[in-house]
Design a protein around this ligand. Sequence first.
Ligand code: ADP
Ligand code: NA
Length: 330
Amino acid sequence: PSSVRVFSGMQPTSDSLHLGNYLGALAQWGPLQDDHEAVFSVVDLHAVTLPMDPAVLRERTRRTAAQYIAGGVDPERSTLFVQSHVPEHSELAWLLNCLTGFGEASRMTQFKDKTAKQEAGAASVGLFTYPMLMAADILLYDTALVPVGDDQVQHVELTRDLAQRFNHRFGDTLVVPEYRVNSSTARIMDLQDPTSKMSKSAATDKGVIWLLEDAKRSAKKIRSAVTDNDGVIAHDREAKPGVTNLLDIHSAATGESIDQLLERFEGQGYGALKVSTAEAVDALLAPAREKADELLADPAELDRVLARGAERAREMAAPTLARVREAMGF
Ligand code: ADP
Ligand code: NA
């Protein structure tokens, strides 16, 4: 592997990852390890920006880690750890908070989106400072490259600004990361509401495929996916979002191109496309589901893996934080 370091993470905010998390993020992580030095974190400190029951948090943290490994993260080759096990994240986040303008943080669209539905003032300050914690996650590991979904680009831009600002004020200390938006992976949409992205926080999970759910349930959800009434299988995100989502999922699951799929299903109905998509999704997810179940059957071993990962992460994070402290005058 090259020495180009990549960092990525997900919040332990659901019992299972969904198909969008899997195709949009996790499935890219395994291959990344072949030519990068990879650091993957279960970012549990981010998860408490919204109210979270302690027992639920503990369980979801383990489940998320198990799904990382089941989805292809190799804890021998990569550094896999739980964010809160490495206290350097919180300290660097504080220091970065002090370098961030209030107005600058107020422009983060994710905060605006997440608070749009709430009563004004009900959100935690942690939700507001979330992007600076994310910047700390990235900068602590001297990350050179961040693979991101398009929803996180603004936060990585802020991370770059903060690193540059730090270096300008205190001398060259932090690596300014590049980022890569994964445009080859389609955005997976909710099966019942194909104009919204598949999300953990959907009001109902009828349109969400969970990695850890029973295969029959997933197949049923795919067979019940919302389509349209014209009966023509075509790829058109605006006019035919439901059918297009099924084609995208099918293509991502099997590696067949959209054109190959259009040719294969020419003259057939939506039923045939749905059955085939359900089979493709099951073939994709079944091995990861089984592996995750195995890992979760031995939580003590999983905890040992995560403890080793935290040790390795601290070996990288501590020297970075020491440089930062020295540069700032602590
Ligand atoms: P959610 O929106 O369900 O809470 P997260 O925001 O925790 O998911 O996202 C975790 C990772 O999964 C991110 O890299 C994000 O870009 C990716 N991701 C989330 N939802 C989708 C989706 N519907 N399609 C593709 N990628 C997704
Ligand atoms: Na999200």
